[in-house]
Structure formats: C-alpha cells, structure tokens
Design a binder for this molecule. Structure first.
Ligand code: FES
Ligand code: FES
Length: 158
C-alpha cells in the first residue's frame, strides 16, 4: 500500500496478521499515531484516514484490504494545510475553539478534508451532516463546524 506518498511493503503473516486492522498497522507498524483508536468499532471517527480520496474508518478496515490502495493520514498533510490551519486558528467569538484535548482532531480534520475535496463550498448544514460521525467528548462541535467553513474559505482564497 502507499501511505502518505510512500510505498510500504508488508508480508502478511509476518508483518501483521490477517485479522489486524488498518488502524493497528498504521499506528503500530508505521508509527503513525495521529489517528486514534477510541471505540474500535466504527462509532466515533477518531481513526479516520483517507483511502483513495475517501474518508474511511481505519478500525473497520483490515490492513490486508488496503493492499494496492493509497492511504493518507494526518501526518501526510502539510503543516500549512488550510484545514489544519483552520482547526488550529478557530476562535470565532460565540463558537469556541475547534479543539480542546485534541484527541478527536486528526479524525475530524481528515473527514473535513475529504468532504471539502468533494464539496468545496458547503453550507453549515452540510458541514454538520458530513462531520456527524466524528464524536468530540470535549463538545467542540460548533467550533469544528466553523473551522470547516473557514477551511473552505481558505482553500478558495477568500
Ligand atoms: S476508533 Fe474507529 S470509529 Fe472509533
Ligand atoms: S477536542 Fe477533545 S475529544 Fe474533541
């Protein structure tokens, strides 16, 4: 599989077992610990990465299923990626910040990036629907939604 632009070769049964998830392999074999494993059952979005352009829950995909595919993790984004910047800078009065503890943030950023690639000029309702699967125990939902809208403006250069 290609991970963040680099080809990674594994030997099934040696490097990882057929039952291991993509989340496990990305974290434990490649040290890409940005994605988090929280629920480990597809219910929280913390493990979201982008595979072939689509946001996917890496805890719900077997690593072997990623063979031949392109995977992008939060580590593969540039530091000045508009989505990363928007999450970091969000402090709109009345909406709060887009993150507190930061545990959910990599997953939310990756969901937002894949969403904005498909829908570069979303409405607030569309943002809320797109991010509905990313749970934030700190309750930063309003700030996250504002950050995604700001990221859309940043990407458009407006
Ligand atoms: S850890 Fe994958 S969805 Fe929660
Ligand atoms: S910022 Fe803490 S869980 Fe979202």
């Amino acid at each position: 599989m290609t991970v963040n632009g680099r080809l990674q070769s594994f030997l099934l049964g040696h490097d990882f077992a057929a039952t291991q998830t993509l989340a496990d392999v990305l974290r434990e074999r490649l040290g890409l610990t940005g994605l988090k494993i929280a629920c480990d059952e597809g219910a929280c979005g913390a493990c979201t990465v982008i595979m072939d352009g689509r946001a996917v829950l890496s805890c719900m995909i077997l690593a072997v299923e990623a063979a031949g595919h392109e995977v992008l993790t939060i580590e593969g984004l540039a530091g000045d990626d508009p989505v990363v910047k928007a999450f970091a800078c969000q402090c709109e009065p009345g909406h709060g910040t887009a993150l507190q503890c930061g545990f959910c943030t990599p997953g939310a950023v990756m969901t937002a990036k894949a969403f904005l690639d498909e829908n570069p000029d979303p409405t607030l309702d569309e943002v809320k629907e797109a991010l509905a699967g990313n749970l934030c125990r700190c309750g930063c939902y309003q700030g996250i939604a504002q950050a995604v809208l700001a990221a859309a403006r940043g990407r458009a250069g407006t």
